[in-house]
Write a protein that binds this ligand. Structure first.
Ligand code: 5GP
Ligand code: ZN
Length: 117
């Protein structure tokens, strides 16, 4: 998709700090990290969100998860632990409409799921 931010990052048209890449996935550091380690993993192919991705291409979703696990290991979080997050829709505060996995960790994480404010 020509006007999709993460498609542009995958294509290299918008710079990012890449941490891992496979044939089907791309992982880069979040520009506004919510924890010491905050990496985004995206399928290279455009999919709207994780629910649509799961229905359209379950293997590609498995590839995204496997890349997230590889990132967690490479960042030294496989023993200490980490969090995978897929935000979907308005209540989750979703802002970018290309499916993406947040990989969070590198320190003790807080509670999640409560309303803000
Ligand atoms: P969402 O809220 O849609 O689940 O997450 C989108 C994430 O993309 C946010 O955590 C935000 O900080 C990150 N983000 C937005 N624009 C950019 C960008 O241009 N580069 C990078 N590396 N991350 C971005
Ligand atoms: Zn896209």
């Amino acid at each position: 998709m020509s006007d999709c931010l993460f498609c542009k990052i995958v294509a290299g048209d918008i710079p990012s700090t890449k941490v891992h890449e496979t044939e089907t996935t791309f992982a880069f550091r979040d520009i506004n990290p919510q924890s010491k380690v905050h990496v985004l993993v995206v399928p290279k192919a455009h999919h709207e969100d994780v629910v649509e991705l799961a229905a359209a291409d379950p293997q590609l979703l498995a590839d995204v998860i496997a890349t997230g696990a590889a990132v967690a290991k490479a960042e030294g979080m496989d023993v200490s632990g980490f969090r995978f997050v897929f935000n979907t829709g308005e209540h989750a505060g979703r802002t970018v409409f290309h499916a993406h996995l947040h990989v969070l960790g590198g320190e003790q994480l807080g509670l999640f799921g409560r309303p803000t404010g």
